[in-house]
Ligand binder design. Structure first.
Ligand code: COA
Length: 175
């Protein structure tokens, strides 16, 4: 359980604070409409964490993508952005945001969830490994500054196997 924190759905009035956290803690920033579009389309997988004063101290934003593979359409949840304010880290908030986002994505019918993470971002990689994400491979120079990304994924549905994920996402990675 999260002591003194609460995970709840994003609301449009949270936008300024979410954008601030995004700008302060991540080099990958987005225009406001991108946050609002993901909220409108996938509100159940756009969540914020607030402290006991009701201040937003973290968020996770996702979307759902569909891919046609082996005569079937697979839905892939994509974790687009997650951050927790520095002084609130290592208290289980990032993990709680991810678990709640996964649940929202499952509600949209996602069969798989995936994300990109900087190869140097040990805290985030550990978080995803802790949640049983696997590394599919490396996306060379994925970030604007030239750093590589790991593409990591987790399968939700038994009928999906690693080779199907590879068919969809394998061309993005170098091995
Ligand atoms: C990644 C991030 C969201 C993690 O948030 P958090 O609230 O600190 O994570 P949690 O407390 O829920 O950690 C859950 C587990 O993840 C792993 N983990 C998290 N931070 C870690 C760290 N600094 N070192 C090692 N393991 C870590 C641990 O297994 C941890 O469980 P434990 O505390 O019981 O050992 C946070 O570090 C952050 O906002 N980083 C900056 C933004 C960012 O890099 N986002 C990811 C982009 S892909």
């Amino acid at each position: 359980m999260l002591q003194g924190y609460r995970i709840r759905p994003f609301r449009p009035e949270d936008l300024d604070e979410v954008e601030r956290i995004n700008r302060v803690f991540l080099p990958e920033n987005y225009p406001s409409y991108f946050f609002i579009e993901n909220y409108r389309r996938f509100p159940n997988s756009f969540l914020v964490a607030e402290d006991e004063k009701g201040e937003v101290i973290g968020y996770v934003m996702c979307r759902v993508e569909s891919y046609y593979v082996r005569s079937t359409t697979l839905l892939f949840g994509h974790v687009l952005s997650i951050a927790v304010s520095k002084r609130h880290r290592r208290r289980g908030i990032g993990k709680a945001l991810m678990i709640e986002a996964e649940s929202g994505l499952k509600g949209y019918g996602a069969d798989v969830v995936y994300l990109e993470v900087r190869v140097s971002n040990e805290p985030a990689i550990k978080l995803y490994e802790n949640l049983e994400y696997k590394i599919l491979g490396v996306i060379p120079s994925y970030y604007a500054d030239g750093e590589d990304a790991y593409l990591m994924y987790k399968i939700f549905e038994d009928f999906v196997d690693d080779s199907m994920v590879w068919e969809v996402l394998g061309r993005r990675v170098s091995k």
